[in-house]
Design a protein around this ligand. Structure first.
Ligand code: UDP
Ligand code: MG
Length: 313
């Protein structure tokens, strides 16, 4: 029996890219006759004709399965829906916009056959992203990398091949506040890196803006490390130590020189500084408590309207 390779594609308003994606992807996988393929689309509550397109593909091509989510749950949750349903012995995750080139698939399969469980693609060029976005993402990876026990890979997206072992591992991580890139690193297993040039989108526009990326970054940090809490504690100690030294200094000064009323500036600066530090620390605490709150509700991570497997899969 041939091995089954699932290709997971989360889609949100991708009607413009899907036809090209399907053509390009078919070209590549039709040339790989040693494997059977399942192309798995997750329609993440698209507001355009994405779902109709997917259904049409499904009718015409028996390799195509899909799940239609009840609303837009975000890429992270859409991917989990895919993990739950794909049938493959391995799975390749790809974006719908062809930013992840299908031409890398044969190389990924080769590495998989050589015994690797997680073959990920590192981009050597981030395409035409703004300088701000590049810098921001660099800073983010540095923070995460220094504060977690496992290696967080930089410039690595969700484009990768995962063995069945990894899929089953990922299915067990059911937190609501998801940061899947971190999870790939967290589960471990034998990893292999390939490099590629990230292209620009073929059509449509990116669903991310600065704020959603900023939120994803906070998500990443708060779901994988409690370092910010530790930082607040350390800051507290340092400030307490400083205050104690200042207390000694002013105490002795008052004893020697008396106490004329002075030092309004010092006072206001100290009060404002401490106020600021406290607010930041409360904010950090709040981020974690908010996450605890969301997780304790134990809501399902996504809801689906319809799931259809390709014929014969
Ligand atoms: N996506 C999704 N749900 C969302 C946002 C995005 O399923 O709420 C999908 C989208 O259709 C695409 C992939 O996630 O296949 C990456 O999205 P995008 O191209 O907007 O992100 P970027 O490439 O800019 O990181
Ligand atoms: Mg994209």
């Amino acid at each position: 029996m041939k091995k089954l390779v699932s290709i997971l594609i989360p889609c949100y308003n991708e009607q413009a890219s899907l036809p090209t994606l399907y053509t390009e992807l078919s070209k590549v996988i039709n040339g790989l006759s040693d494997y059977d393929f399942e192309i798995f689309f997750v329609n993440d509550g698209s507001k355009d004709n994405t779902l109709d397109l997917i259904k049409a593909f499904h009718e015409a091509d028996k390799r195509i399965s899909y799940v239609d989510l009840s609303r837009n749950f975000g890429k992270e949750n859409a991917m989990l829906a895919g993990f739950d349903h794909v049938k493959g012995d391995c799975m390749i995750i790809m974006d719908a916009d062809l930013q992840d080139p299908p031409s890398l698939i044969p190389q990924m399969l080769q590495a998989w056959e050589a015994g690797y469980d997680d073959v990920f693609a590192r981009r050597i060029d981030r395409g035409s992203e703004s300088l701000l976005r590049k810098l921001f993402s660099l800073a983010f990876y540095k923070i995460l990398d220094h504060s977690t026990r496992f290696e967080i890979l930089q410039n690595v997206g969700d484009f990768r091949l995962l063995d069945r072992r990894c899929i089953d591992a990922l299915k067990q991580l059911r937190e609501n506040e998801r940061y899947t890139k971190g999870m790939f690193c967290w589960i471990g297993y034998k990893k292999k890196e390939l490099v590629f040039n990230r292209q620009d989108r073929v059509a449509g526009k990116s669903n991310w803006n600065f704020w959603s990326l900023f939120n994803l970054a906070i998500e990443g940090i708060t779901s994988f490390t409690t370092a910010p809490l530790r930082m607040a504690t350390i800051m507290g100690f340092v400030i307490a130590l400083l205050s104690f030294s200042l207390m000694l200094f002013y105490g002795i000064k008052t004893i020697i020189y008396g106490d004329p009323v002075q030092g309004f500036t010092t006072l206001i600066v100290v009060v404002l500084f401490l106020g600021g530090v406290q607010l930041i620390s409360i904010g950090i605490l709040g981020e974690y408590i908010g996450r605890i709150f969301n997780e304790t509700k134990h809501r399902p991570t996504y809801l689906e309207r319809e799931y259809k497997a390709g014929d014969g899969l």
